[in-house]
Write a protein that binds this ligand. Structure first.
Ligand SMILES: O=C(O)CCC(=O)C(=O)O
Ligand SMILES: [Fe+2]
Length: 363
């Protein structure tokens, strides 16, 4: 029997999530009702994610999402990068590495995870009210604060720009969280700079490019919570995407769910405590003339356990022109504008294809 969830009106922009222009849905699927106890009347969950009986449940995707085989992510020691011949090959092949010996104190990560959990488990209405105009922004149902995705992403999160963290507006409610986030982002900046400087050697970047193609002050920090999902084969925690950054650093709890696409297969990335995952973003692919790969990834939803992860994204200087033999020159600002325009038009990110000098032959 197919599971019927009948949305009468569901417009999947982040605005529509927030104002719930959703009317009655009816779900006739018994298995969903069985999962109800877990997912359910959690007052901290966005109404969009409440149980099928809540009348606000969105339409499931037609595709089914499943765990895949496990991938061995190359493990690199941040203290030994110079001598680690595997760095370039690892990044080129998969676009993903695991970092050990990265110097982030375990206590700092633990406290940040603790705060993230505490803030996100506040009642939904409180999160919305407190974070409406705050430097720390709350979002749900979409992969990022300003992305109007056509898919429902089974997640909620906090978004803050590194420059926003130092603004006085972020102090009050989030004092302690903010202090930890500042300290954490300083570590992220150090790690991304160390990695980028090493990779820059292989890219033959000159001094100016090495400086301007990575701007630590232009970083972004997000905390994600992936709520329990009654029907995880029909929804993704985060939809498949490549990151728009130069580099992304992920720190996850032990729940798992991250998957990467390699040779047409979705592989599970199994959490390894104490390590960080680094993935290359679109802008790294550009400045490497496609020698390095911006890896496609996604996050599975879970019907059993909530998942928390921390994401740090680093970008070039806003007005720095990225040059490549394969792509037309563009700035970060132009790239972001194009991504937003594509999402508005098509419901998803088109990405680097838009900037290619020679568009791929579609025939
Ligand atoms: O939560 C995760 O592990 C992945 C997050 C992610 O892909 C992103 O923020 O772009
Ligand atoms: Fe991502």
């Amino acid at each position: 029997m197919s599971c019927l969830i009948l949305p009468l009106s569901l417009s999947l922009s982040s605005k529509s999530h927030q104002h719930s222009q959703l009317t009655t849905n009816q779900c006739l699927c018994p298995s969903l009702f069985q999962s109800m106890d877990q997912a359910t009347e959690n007052p901290s969950y966005p109404p969009l994610f409440l149980t099928p009986g809540s009348h606000l449940h969105p339409t499931p995707q037609p595709t089914t999402f499943q765990p895949g085989p496990t991938i061995q992510v190359p493990l690199l020691d941040l203290q030994r990068l110079d001598t680690d011949v595997h760095l370039f090959q690892s990044c080129q092949k998969l676009g993903l590495i695991r970092l050990t010996n990265h110097g982030v104190p375990p206590g700092l990560s633990d406290r940040l995870f603790g705060f993230a959990r505490e803030i996100l488990s506040r009642p939904f209405e409180r999160k919305v009210a407190e974070l409406a105009d705050a430097a720390v922004k709350y979002f749900w149902g979409t992969p990022a604060v300003s992305l109007n995705s056509k898919e429902v992403n089974w997640l909620e999160g906090l978004h803050v720009s590194v420059s926003g963290l130092s603004s006085p507006a972020s102090e009050s409610e989030f004092g302690e969280f903010r202090n930890l986030a500042i300290e954490y982002c300083e570590h992220m900046a150090r790690i991304s700079r160390t990695l980028f400087n090493t990779l820059a050697i292989d890219l033959n970047l000159d001094e100016e490019q090495t400086t301007t193609y990575l701007s630590e002050s232009n970083g972004m920090f997000r905390v994600y919570r992936y709520p329990i999902c009654p029907n995880p084969s029909s929804y993704l925690g985060m939809e498949a995407h490549t990151d728009s950054s130069v580099l992304t650093i992920l720190n996850e709890d032990d729940v798992g769910g991250l998957q990467v696409l390699s040779e047409h297969t979705w592989f599970n990335v199994v959490p390894v405590p104490g390590t960080l995952i680094v993935n290359l973003g679109d802008l790294f692919q550009v400045i490497s003339d496609d020698r390095y790969n911006s890896v496609k990834h996604r996050v599975l939803a879970s019907s059993v356990t909530e998942r928390i992860s921390l994401g740090y994204f680093v970008f070039p200087q806003e007005d720095s022109v990225l040059r490549s033999s394969i792509y037309n020159p563009f700035t970060l600002k132009e790239f972001r504008a194009q991504v937003q325009e594509d999402i508005m038009k098509t419901g998803s990110k088109v990405g680097l294809k838009q900037f290619r000098k020679e568009k791929p032959n579609l025939n």
